[in-house]
Unconditional design. Structure first.
Length: 378
């Protein structure tokens, strides 16, 4: 029993505080019920409590049948409260209008909209004699808004669904690219190194046999093994150098696309061509840049983001500046900053954070001269 209560949640976490804020619209219906007396007051309280149950269940219903069941109950309660208590209760229809917009199927959406229209118009017809001309205009404006709002909610819901599918598709593409890259590396290792390693094994066996019989020939074979192993080492280095690494210039293009999609203005200053910087350093710089910009999009609420790349003697400095709310000092190890630190340690780099009317992430790494080409001086 305790475990069930512990796992109970009024509304799903993904909606945050929004469902609770919406409950403020129950203040007026509660007042109209409170001014009644006797059994009518008790019945009204019961209807409002049932309305609250339907409101919660509509956020927690995951199948179409139960969702429609709770929506119908909610609409019926609105009709009762509007006819038998106060006509202003038809504005509870904003709750139902919100949930109608969640229907994905167009046919079901329009059916629910038809039921909703009846629930709003029927009480008006019943109470028509009590309405004044000024009130008709007042009701009319809000009823039109109620009828339009499901279309807006449905459009927003469809867009969110498309964005979710796009994110899932992008993740699948990334996984496919990784798998393809692993398969390519495996093929290259097998094709390029398989024969060479087999040759080394055979020659090692031959040397073992010749040591006691023909020492001079055994020495010649060991030289041949050394030459073959150098060749294998060269092949490994070529494979590693050919592996896909993201350059800073490529990541800057992705950065601009991400920020534009998030509605954040992007400005870059500096030279993104880092031809003298090894691919490993560029790859780590690119990952740090990506993490920093992701933080800007997710946490800063910024309108502008500035990226600057400065090359100095012996080092390179990359900075990401935003004009957002600033960094929470209690969470400086969070938001991926720990991961940035760990990556930078691999190349003896370090980072610095300045947070005042925005956040500035400064990344500094030493510029290491590229190694000589494989096989030279080995």
């Amino acid at each position: 029993m305790r475990n069930k209560l512990k796992g109970f949640k009024v509304f799903p976490d993904r909606y945050g505080f929004f469902p609770f804020v919406f409950l403020i619209y129950l203040v007026m219906p509660s007042y109209y019920v409170a001014i009644e007396k006797g059994w009518k007051q008790m019945a009204g309280i019961g209807l409002l409590l049932l309305f609250l149950v339907t409101y919660r269940q509509l956020y927690n219903s995951f199948d179409k049948k139960s969702y429609t069941y709770w929506l119908v109950i909610q609409v019926v309660i609105i009709i009762f409260l509007a006819i038998f208590y106060n006509l202003y209760n038809i504005f509870l229809g904003f709750f139902a209008a919100h949930f109608i917009g969640w229907y994905k199927d167009k046919k079901t959406f329009y059916r629910a909209l038809g039921l909703f229209a009846f629930a709003i118009i029927f009480p008006l017809i019943v109470q028509w004699k009590t309405l004044e001309l000024a009130n008709v205009f007042y009701y009319g404006v809000f009823i039109v808004i109620m009828f339009i709002s499901p279309f807006g909610i449905r459009s927003m819901s469809s867009r969110m669904e498309l964005e979710k599918k796009l994110d899932e598709a992008n993740e699948q593409i990334k996984e496919l690219v990784k798998r393809d890259e692993r398969m390519r590396i495996a093929r290259d290792l097998h094709d390029n190194l398989g024969h060479t390693l087999s040759l080394i094994t055979l020659k090692s066996q031959l040397v073992h046999k010749l040591i006691s019989k023909d020492a001079e020939k055994a020495k010649l074979e060991t030289k041949e093994i050394e030459r073959t192993s150098r060749s294998a080492l060269k092949q490994v280095r070529e494979l590693v150098s050919d592996m896909r690494a993201i350059t800073v210039a490529e990541e800057l293009i992705e950065t601009e696309i991400l920020l534009q999609a998030a509605g954040v203005s992007f400005q870059f200053k500096g030279d993104s061509k880092l031809e003298e910087v090894p691919l490993l350093t560029q790859n780590i710089l690119s990952m740090c840049l990506k993490e920093g910009v992701t933080n800007v999009v997710k946490h800063s609420h910024a309108k502008n983001c500035f990226v600057q790349l400065v090359k100095r003697d012996g080092e390179i400095e990359l900075s990401v500046l935003d004009d957002g709310k600033g960094l929470d000092e209690t969470n400086e190890d969070g938001n991926g900053l720990k991961g940035i630190n760990e990556r930078l340690r691999l190349i003896e780099g370090f980072m610095k954070i300045i947070s005042h009317k925005g956040t500035k992430l400064i990344i500094t790494v030493p510029i290491i001269v590229k190694e000589k080409k494989a096989g030279v001086g080995s």
